[in-house]
Design a protein around this ligand. Structure first.
Ligand code: NDP
Ligand code: ZN
Length: 180
């Protein structure tokens, strides 16, 4: 029931906040990192209208394994296999070098589950909006532009009836378009 869902989602947000507590985004203002996973969940619920609890939990938790000491076992125990599996699908293998990880994202997203695609798309959308606001410390405009091109390759490989990131030519507006 809805009480259980409220309790569960709050548990998720709190779990992510504790895990990311010492991390900051790469922008000049050093925004608290937790703004990002919360924002990804916000895009899915409030912009795309997605209310599947597994997707929203995975959105809040999506960077916990990649960027903190969280393990998949911990996610399984705390939030169940379905949520942990979606997080696993959107988590890079950090033993690989950066260029290989980027190539694999383009490759792996093609065969990923619809749940994982939603999280991945909202994640990219959030990061592109962030980059559009301000270029991270130490980045050149070229590097930001390359990130846009790569993100487009990741999301372009989604199947026809999945969500899409729309890039306006002025690169100012990014929206999620729901399938018909
Ligand atoms: P990174 O992968 O290093 O950084 C982008 C990631 O940082 C995002 O996917 C996002 O991941 C996170 N992030 C945190 N804060 C922000 C923010 N404010 N805006 C956007 N994203 C943010 O970047 P690149 O893809 O450019 O680099 C890949 C590799 O190439 C690195 O090894 C880098 O050192 C190297 N490199 C590339 C250059 C280039 O010109 N392309 C130049 C120099 C080095 P999350 O969703 O997980 O938070
Ligand atoms: Zn992310």
């Amino acid at each position: 029931n809805s009480n259980d869902i409220i309790i569960l989602l709050t548990k998720c947000i709190n779990f992510a906040a504790v895990k990311h507590k010492n991390q900051r985004r790469k922008d000049k203002e050093q925004t608290p990192y937790i703004n990002h996973p919360i924002g990804v969940g916000y895009i899915l619920t409030n912009e795309a209208g997605i209310t599947d609890p597994v997707v929203i939990q995975a959105a809040f938790l999506h960077d916990t394994v990649e960027d903190t000491n969280t393990t998949f076992e911990e996610l399984k125990e705390t939030f169940g296999n379905d949520v942990a599996d979606v997080v696993a699908e959107v988590t890079d293998d950090k033993t690989l070098d950066k260029m290989e990880r980027k190539r694999l994202q383009i490759e792996n997203v093609k065969s990923s589950s619809p749940h994982a695609k939603l999280v991945k798309l909202a994640d990219k959308l959030y990061n592109l909006r962030d980059l559009d606001q301000t270029i991270p410390v130490g980045w050149t405009p070229e590097r930001a532009r390359e990130y846009f091109e790569w993100a487009e390759k990741v999301t372009d490989s989604f199947s026809e009836n999945s969500l899409k990131v729309i890039h306006r030519s002025d690169a100012k507006e990014f929206t999620i378009e729901l399938p018909p």
